[in-house]
Design a protein around this ligand. Structure first.
Ligand SMILES: [Zn+2]
Length: 321
């Protein structure tokens, strides 16, 4: 056998060591266990819509859903390859109309722990700053929609006015209601009051009564039931329409199939179910986009009527043009 030169021997030894090292390094690579930045963008006519991920909550639909049975809920979850705890996204939607930057719902802020509260981080990742937001529209005053408005008593969106329906303000920002609320609900009142306080103090909370167009292309539509002033927002540009539903529904695998299923958090579940059915029918008929607070991120898709229920078609991942 040919004798290897010392130089070649050293080279081969180094190469073998590299192979061993790289095998070992692959085996020991740490798992980052993080996701891609949580924003998703599409164009709606001339408007740019950016869905923002706040985080996910583990829901227990068999305990929370009403006007159904745990067995029926489990059956529908299993049909969609889901089980409890069901990760429910918390989504906000940022609309750039070209002249106004409007955020619809502000997420949980610091109120729901470290797995949530990422709307501002994702807004920044998407290329915006919270100071650029002109207006924040709130679908309703539950803590997972308003918690992100304030941090340490200061407004997170320092230059924004905040708008929501007067009926929700009258109910949730009322000290007497907080006083007489059951113990498990008292925190909701406290969280809503804390979220709005800095905007009220600065004269920047401007409630509306019953909806209408708030800025050109964005209209508030009363959908009272889930809360006394629950509101959806219809965004419209060049004939394209998107309905931002808030909490008109929570669990896609159950409440599209059976819109009569309600949830414990509803202030008036009968009214909430009636609103859901009406909005499903209208949006399906018009072929509108739905943008939903708690459907799997980005929470955007279409529905088509199918027997007594609806089938949901999530948006395809694509590059906005
Ligand atoms: Zn919610």
């Amino acid at each position: 056998m040919t004798r290897l030169s010392p130089w070649l021997r050293r080279g081969l030894a180094a190469f073998a060591a590299t192979l061993l090292w790289s095998t070992a390094a692959h085996a020991a690579a740490p798992m980052p266990k993080t996701q891609a930045p949580g924003y998703y963008r599409l164009m709606l006519g001339d408007f740019e819509v950016t869905a923002l991920f706040d985080g996910a909550i583990g829901l227990q639909p068999t305990k929370l859903l009403t006007n159904t049975t745990p067995a029926q809920v489990n059956k529908l979850l299993a049909r969609s390859f889901e089980k409890e705890p069901l990760p429910a996204s918390v989504n906000g939607f940022l609309v750039n109309t070209g002249s106004k930057l409007v955020l619809i719902d502000a997420g949980t802020g610091g109120l729901f722990g470290p797995d949530l509260g990422s709307i501002v981080a994702n807004l920044k990742a998407a290329g915006y700053q919270p100071e650029q937001v002109d207006e924040v529209y709130i679908t309703h005053m539950h803590a997972d929609h308003v918690g992100g408005l304030a941090a340490d008593g200061k407004p997170v969106f320092a230059n924004a006015i905040v708008r929501a329906d007067q009926h929700d303000a009258d109910y949730w920002l009322n000290a007497a209601n907080a006083e007489k609320a059951p113990a498990e609900m008292k925190d909701f009142f406290k969280m809503a009051a804390g979220a709005f306080a800095p905007y009220i103090a600065a004269g920047k909370f401007q409630p509306f009564d019953g909806g209408g167009e708030l800025v050109p292309g964005i209209t508030a539509v009363s959908t009272y039931g889930h809360t006394p002033g629950h509101t959806m927002y219809v965004v419209q540009s060049k004939g394209e329409k998107m309905a931002v539903l808030g909490d008109l529904m929570h669990v896609a695998s159950v409440q599209f199939v059976d819109p009569s299923v309600t949830i414990q958090f509803d202030s008036d579940s009968k009214q909430a179910a009636a609103q859901r059915k009406k909005v499903y029918a209208d949006t399906a008929k018009q072929g509108m986009w739905l943008a939903v607070a708690h459907i799997s991120f980005p929470g955007i898709g279409h529905i088509r009527s199918d027997g007594s229920g609806y089938v949901y078609y999530p948006i395809n991942y694509s590059i906005p043009k």
